[in-house]
Design a protein around this ligand. Sequence first.
Ligand code: PLP
Length: 315
Amino acid sequence: MDRLSEALGGPRFWIKRDDCTGLATGGNKARKLDYLMAEAKAAGATAIVTQGATQSNHTRQSAAAAAKLGMACHILLEDRTGSDDFSYNANGNVLLSRLAGGMMTKFPGGTDMAQEMERLAGELRAKGEVVYVIPGGGSNATGALGYAECAHELLSQADETGLEIDMIVQPTGSSGTHAGMVAGLTVMESDIPILGLGTRAPKEKQETMVYDLAVRTLKRLDYDGQLDRARVQANCDYVGDGYGIPTDGMVEAVQTLARLEGLLFDPVYSGKALDGFLKLARNEQFAGMKNVVFLHTGGSSAIFAYPGAFGAQPV
Ligand SMILES: *Cc1c(COP(=O)(O)O)cnc(C)c1O
């Protein structure tokens, strides 16, 4: 990101374009679904059941993956923001999930979504469906393997181009992406620091979630060493009033990258992480480093669910 690097006065900032992974636009859930849907297919699944927030990118990409494999996709949406705005409830990821044939049901905030998924899976099984349940965000050890693979891909690309990465920065939410990256770097014996920028939970809780899942993912990879707890670092100072609620910093950050690099970020995850990233850069937190990579997890289809926050108006 040459123009951003120049605007911030260095170091060189790079971007890993996981917003270009495909599956009804793109985003980080595609790599997790590679592994999750392979399991579903191996189990002979005819339907998947999954859950997320109203504007979940994960459920949108799940609907696309299920469509591609000829499976039914049942989506349980949790109303985490309480917004009654039409765009929030109907446009963006909701619209794209609907286009791909996703069957959506909405639940109030605070619902035990895992329990609701099991209840629906039971009903579908009683009707003869073979059901594969995917946890929120696709964040279990199977899904996280997709990000262990991403870590491998990133380091291979860095090797090929002679890029020495001083740090990786990324959004962290339901934790599979961060945990998979940590697991991947660990098995490759890479000590590149990785910083997760939080989008929901406070730091301590986020780091514990990521650490626990990274340990389970390392087990899946037959790694028999210990994972140092200090390997998992999160900064959760840029969430604002809560999950999915826009902040001024997020809007400014999304605008900045659109204008400097022609890149799109999202209001819930990558845009809030980007806000933190820009503020850390301005506060010289990357001083002394040469190359910092931002892992772009996608989500820009959610921009259309937040037209007001971004100042949408007729020309
Ligand atoms: C889900 C999501 C994240 C967070 O990834 P987790 O694996 O849930 O931590 C980040 N960015 C976008 C755009 C997402 O959809």
